[in-house]
Design a protein. Sequence first.
Length: 362
Amino acid sequence: MGIYEKGFERPSPIQEESIPIALTGSDILARAKNGTGKTAAFCIPALEKIDQDKNAIQVVILVPTRELALQTSQVCKELGKHLKIQVMVTTGGTSLKDDIIRLHQPVHLLVGTPGRILDLTKKGICVLKNCSMLIMDEADKLLSPEFRPSIEQLIRYLPSNRQILMFSATFPVTVKEFKDKYLPKPYVINLMDELTLKGITQFYAFVEERQKVHCLNTLFSKLQINQSIIFCNSVNRVELLAKKITELGYSCFYIHAKMLQDHRNRVFHDFRNGACRNLVCTDLFTRGIDIQAVNVVINFDFPKNAETYLHRVGRSGRFGHLGLAVNLITYEDRFNLYRIEQELGTEIKPIPPQIDRAIYCQ
């Protein structure tokens, strides 16, 4: 019922491959891009395997950012709406006391960032001896030097017959080393050809730096924007641009890494609920953030590499949705534009005077 109420009618390719294997208890190493239905691919088997009558943490889902933790726990709660499964989310930057109180009540599934979960485990408050499933989403990021030591320590608290599911879009050496050490014979799923640029029309506009705001204003007046995300390359530029957009008379939120966490949460939540049409942000916001209503992504500042581009633009046009990406390109950006097109095997066309609504509006 939870799956049905969430509006899922048929599994996406990653779900079709992961769910049956996860249910058998095998370790999984899955490569899939954002927007392919990855979250449900591990939440569904996790919920299915939990014994709701047993008062113990049975599944831990690790994610690299607070926003993604909140979003993932929300998906678990929605899918498990008709089960008596208790889902808890915990991340750094929130009250430790509240978490301690919460952990004295039943928790079956814990979603969070590695540092905080390790902290609670070391204090003996979060007990993982019955946790038979560990899920790592955005594993490439989780195995960066910042998180990896915490994760390796955390694994020591799990039972020896634990199951590990790793999901990652890219496959750096760290992921391979970790796999060799902790997942000796995983079931490997590779859906990397499922690029989330499918359904997204990409354009560039050749501008000078000082024309960018004017160009953005023109885009706002010409495009049928349901919701848009606008990316800048620095915190400072995010704030300045948000101010400019508001002065132009458009509704606008902004979010960046230097903001206080609960402020970030509030902005994210309000934008997601449609309180505002445009969101200006830094790359903090690019990974795994799934907002169905976003149909236009604008790179006010063009990214430096293909991976960042893919994660930014892959925001719109998620599994089965149409989207539009507009890149404002300065003279300096032209090499990056060419390189990113080559690396992603995609075409970014010059923007035409009129854009057909049918290509980015459902």
